[in-house]
Write a protein that binds this ligand. Structure first.
Ligand SMILES: Nc1ncnc2c1ncn2[C@@H]1O[C@H](COP(=O)(O)OP(=O)(O)OP(=O)(O)O)[C@@H](O)[C@H]1O
Length: 282
């Protein structure tokens, strides 16, 4: 294990429940400073994997190192180096936003300044409000604030933007990029392919407890080499051709110098590729 390079190393990880392999032997490396997205349909094994990495669930077998330690055995000092944002947060509804951040900052050896964190997540106007009065999106931003108050080296985000309006989502993405630029490693699970595409340096697709594809969003599943679809319209109607060389085709088609009406050139979106990847296994 080269701790300076990889924040997470997983080899041959398995988790069996009675009769079910939720995780059926996966390998993963996440580099320090990387934003890594774990994608996959319901029941693919994402939460199980992440909870094992967080030290919240025991594994059946396999090797796991998170920040150089085995999460199944690591103690409080290791725990202070990771941050966790769960799908449903714990409740301290009667505290204000600022009080809860000050309270949790007290648990960590090198916390961020609570005022700075309130600013980072854009909750300045709500700093003095009780948590129970926050909207769903504000509440989620507080969850993130609590996840980063301890200045974690590695942040786990489980479906962080579910229920966000589009503007809040964009602000949240900017926050995640800022944390990554500061050197925080981020492991994100999401059902939003555009979110993975916007944020992730690398993604892994889980299906049936296995990694079925891994790579950058641009190259996942051979996406970059996939055939382009060229469409255009003429007096005979709409034409569609698949080709590896769309520029050559367009040059040929427009050799007479005329405009090609309704010309579009498309390659598979990350969502197309993803659906094909998980469809192959079901
Ligand atoms: N405590 C448990 N006991 C038995 N089976 C479980 C338990 N937890 C999870 N499973 C099973 O393990 C499989 C993987 O579940 P997991 O929650 O890891 O999936 P997921 O990819 O996170 O799904 P989702 O996208 O719905 O959150 C599922 O078939 C689930 O039913």
């Amino acid at each position: 294990m080269i701790e300076n390079v990889n924040a997470v190393e997983v080899h041959g990880l398995r988790k069996d429940y009675a009769g079910v392999s939720a995780v059926a032997g996966i390998d993963l490396d996440i580099r320090r400073g990387e934003i890594f997205a774990l994608l996959g349909p319901n029941g693919a094994g994402k939460t199980t994997t992440v909870e094992i990495l967080e030290g919240h669930r025991r594994r059946t077998s396999g090797e796991v190192r998170v920040l150089g330690e085995d999460p199944g055995r690591a103690g409080g000092a290791w725990r202070a180096r990771i941050g966790i944002v769960l799908q449903t947060a714990s409740d301290a509804a009667e505290l204000t936003v600022a009080e809860s951040l000050r309270h949790f900052a007290g648990y960590y050896p090198h916390p961020r300044d609570p005022g700075e964190v309130v600013h980072l997540v854009g909750l300045e106007e709500k700093a003095g409000s009780r948590i129970r009065t926050l909207s769903g999106g504000q509440r989620r931003r507080l969850d993130v604030a609590l996840g980063i108050i301890g200045r974690p080296e590695l942040l786990f985000l489980d479906e962080p933007t579910t229920g966000f309006d589009p503007e809040v989502r964009r602000r949240f993405w900017a926050l995640i990029e800022r944390l990554a630029a500061d050197g925080t490693t981020i492991l994100l699970t999401t059902h939003y392919l555009d979110e993975a595409e916007a944020l992730a340096d690398r993604v892994a697709v889980l299906a049936g407890g296995r990694v079925v594809a891994e790579g950058t969003p641009a190259t996942l599943g051979g996406r970059a080499e996939a055939e382009a679809v060229v469409r255009w319209t003429d007096a005979e109607g709409v034409h569609e051709r698949r080709t590896q060389r769309p520029t050559t085709l367009v040059n040929e088609l427009s050799a007479g110098g005329g405009e090609l009406a309704g010309l579009t050139i498309t390659r598979p979106s990350l969502e197309d590729t993803y659906l094909e990847l998980i469809g192959e296994r079901s």
